[in-house]
Design a protein around this ligand. Structure first.
Ligand SMILES: [Mn+2]
Length: 267
């Protein structure tokens, strides 16, 4: 019995199937957690969704492209590579599955006691794991019960920094932006959402460079996708980036949590 965390699929269905074969994925015993962004960019987003929908042992955290799809579905507007999904005959089933996926998943490995904290983009160091979980739950609750309220409110890059007193649209938007779009952070955990490269602008650092040393003692591993240009290079074993750019003709990567082994297939 193994658990695998797999990086951003972006419609790379054939590569997903090849990776599942390579890891000898056993539907009866194993579990798969995806780092989000299942759709868009690549050729077979609908196949990816239908495959995940049919297998109860596969789940995902939500990525920014998944949320964009949910938004298009909520206004019944197909666009580009997502048109096929918006118009799919089982679109309601897809919507209901995707909208109930969390922003944050925590798992522990029984034999090693290693703890894995899985999000699409990451968690800013100003939030403890407990705080991050509370905020993720807060958004998920509204996403499930009043989806259009969040799906319409989440667009935009402001506010830049977290503030506990934020309410309503601004609060939802910044929580979602941290969990699904963050790369670089500056003073007071200010987001720089424009920079998608690996080179920080003045005053900013990758979000995982703000870590405290206690992570190591606690055997905690932050696992994320989203930042394809990093190609998995964080230079810190406690921050594991799994987006290795499959949709840009790179690789699709799985992390086996039992032994921290990474297994990849080429595009
Ligand atoms: Mn993303």
């Amino acid at each position: 019995m193994s658990t695998y965390i797999i990086g951003d699929l972006h419609g790379c269905f054939d590569q997903f199937i090849r990776l599942l074969k390579k890891i000898n994925y056993d539907k009866q015993k194993d579990q798969i957690i995806l780092t989000g962004d299942l759709v868009n960019r690549g050729p077979k987003s609908l196949d990816v969704l239908n495959y995940c929908l049919a297998d109860k042992n596969i789940t995902t955290v939500l990525g920014n492209h998944d949320l964009y799809l949910l938004y298009l579905m909520s206004i019944k507007q197909g666009k580009g590579k997502l048109r096929k999904i918006v118009k799919a005959e089982n679109n309601k089933e897809i919507f209901d599955w995707l909208i109930t996926r969390p922003l944050l998943i925590q798992i522990s490995d029984q034999s090693t006691n290693n703890k894995f904290i899985i999000t699409h983009a990451g968690i800013p160091e100003i939030w403890s794991i407990e705080k991050a979980q509370d905020l993720a739950n807060e958004v998920s609750k509204t996403l499930t019960n009043n989806s259009s309220k969040i799906l319409k409110a989440m667009w935009g890059d402001d506010p830049k920094s977290w503030n506990e007193s934020l309410t309503g649209k601004e609060r939802y938007r910044i929580i979602i932006n941290y969990f699904t779009r963050m790369r670089f952070l500056g003073n007071k955990a200010a987001l720089d959402l424009k920079n998608t490269s690996t080179k920080a602008s003045k005053g900013f650092k990758p979000w995982f460079h703000y870590e405290s040393s206690s992570y190591k003692k606690m055997k905690q591993y932050y696992v994320f996708g989203h930042w394809a240009s990093l190609n998995g290079q964080t230079n810190n074993p406690h921050f594991i980036g799994l987006d290795t750019g499959c949709t840009w003709k790179g690789k699709l990567t799985a992390l086996r949590v039992d032994d921290l082994e990474k297994i990849s297939v080429k595009y």
